[in-house]
Design a binder for this molecule. Structure first.
Ligand code: FES
Length: 260
């Protein structure tokens, strides 16, 4: 494709971005299809400060409108844009091409460990079903007629919960987890991290249903402590620490060790 000097309108953020004459081109391989499919090559103009999401968006708007992918906020908050980029799971709206470009080829595929709907869009339903199975919803004992619960920001439990509550549910940790890859039933780091933040929440009524999930056959004891979840978490959370906390608490409850 020959590009002259032109202004390309980014229809999402309404900015006008200038593409220089005879721009350097990126060689991009993008997954097309479902679980079965093939890599398709695209040539995309290289730009300063270009993100992986910018590359995918450019392909869809300028070459193939049928390319399927998912995003919403473009600023690292919604968690919907995660993909596999040159072999690693990443949030694509905050990953710059310059960070990941190796040997001139950029490879962009769907997130691992989830069914592929089409191209770069995966089915997140199994991911959120694991949240449900891990009891990932708050269960308080108070009613609207009770005074608000008071939790000291300096309490050990509150500080422990603070370390895990900023999860954006992007699925990157789930995609990075080798145990999830081997055992699709394993609840995985995101759901167990969420469960841990509730277990240490002084207001939450920790229920037997949750405990059956987090300490059951598909629960925390499947974790091999590889730590890939923590290494890849784009917002810097430490799900491996949360899962270790769940294991300690289970042992404490069974009288075999000290609980958190
Ligand atoms: Fe929202 Fe990337 S688009 S986190």
């Amino acid at each position: 494709m020959k590009l002259g000097r032109q202004e390309v309108q980014d229809q999402t953020n309404c900015e006008l971005a200038e593409v220089p004459e005879n721009p350097e081109m990126l060689d991009v391989r993008v997954w097309r299809g479902t679980q079965q499919g093939e890599w398709q090559h695209f040539s995309v103009p290289k730009r300063d400060n270009q993100t992986i999401l910018d590359v995918v968006t450019w392909i869809q708007r300028h070459i193939d409108p049928g390319l399927s992918y998912r995003f919403a906020c473009r600023v690292g908050m919604c968690g919907s844009c995660a993909m596999t980029v040159t072999g690693r799971p990443r949030w694509t709206c905050r990953t710059h091409v310059a960070q990941v470009l190796s040997e001139g080829v950029l490879e962009i595929g769907p997130l691992r460990n989830l069914p592929v709907i089409k191209d770069l869009a995966v089915d997140m339903a199994p991911f959120f079903e694991k949240w449900r199975d891990a009891g990932g919803h708050f269960e308080g004992a108070k009613t609207r007629h009770d005074p608000p619960a008071q939790v000291s920001p300096n309490s050990a439990n509150r500080e422990e919960a603070d370390l895990g509550i900023e999860c954006i549910n992007c699925g990157v940790c789930n995609a990075a987890c080798e145990v999830v890859r081997w055992n699709g039933r394993y609840l995985g780091p995101a759901a167990l991290n969420r469960a841990w933040t509730l277990e240490v929440d002084e207001r939450d009524q920790s229920t037997e249903t949750r405990h059956q999930g987090i300490w059951g056959e598909a629960g925390a004891f499947n974790c091999h402590s590889h730590g890939n979840c923590t290494v890849h978490c784009p917002v810097g959370l430490d799900p491996a620490r949360s899962i270790a906390g769940l294991k300690r608490r289970a042992l404490g409850r069974s009288g075999k060790g000290g609980g958190t």
